[in-house]
Design a protein around this ligand. Sequence first.
Ligand SMILES: [Fe+2]
Length: 218
Amino acid sequence: MAEDPVADFDINKSLSMIFATPLVVHDWPESDAFNREFAELVLTKEKKLARKDVVRSNAGGWQSPGNLMQWPEPCIETFRQRIEKLTFNLLHVLLRGDSSNRSFKLLVDAWANINRSGDYNVAHTHPNCMWSGCYYVTPGNPDPNVTWNGLIELFDPREAANYVQVNNTILDARTLIENVPGRMLFWPSWVRHMVHPYVGDGERISVAFNVNVIEDRS
Ligand SMILES: [Fe+2]
């Protein structure tokens, strides 16, 4: 009988996963009232600004100007606090050594996105920043018969990462994330991503953001 090659050997003792890419998927609790206020604000801004000249990554749909963090409404301050909380907590995990005497400030800009049936966002990255992310306000009413309806997909930046001859391993997985209201995503800004076409009634509303982390060296 052939010897079992897996028995009596723990590969984990010799294994590390290199080139890791951080991705935060955080569901903020008790967000219903906040999301209602945020959705109303974004829809009002769309009517008021009534502009179609802002084109970032959208194919169809509406994107606000990038000054959302300066809007005076109270929900924007809550939004800022949520971004800051995730950024500083992630930074705390990533910093090496004793970081107790280091301080940082954040530069954040953000813009709202409204996708209606047929709208999507082409593959893109967010240049000139450190982190990027998005927050889901409302998923709309996506047709469940449409594959990946309105879902964001993040692409593996390693061109040849799918050169794997064995099917269905953890090395060649696609990363598609459900747009649950109250969910905030956070990834390095160089990660290319897209939003698959939304097909359904109503509006799929999300807010995208960029974060720069500036260390205080004074
Ligand atoms: Fe984006």
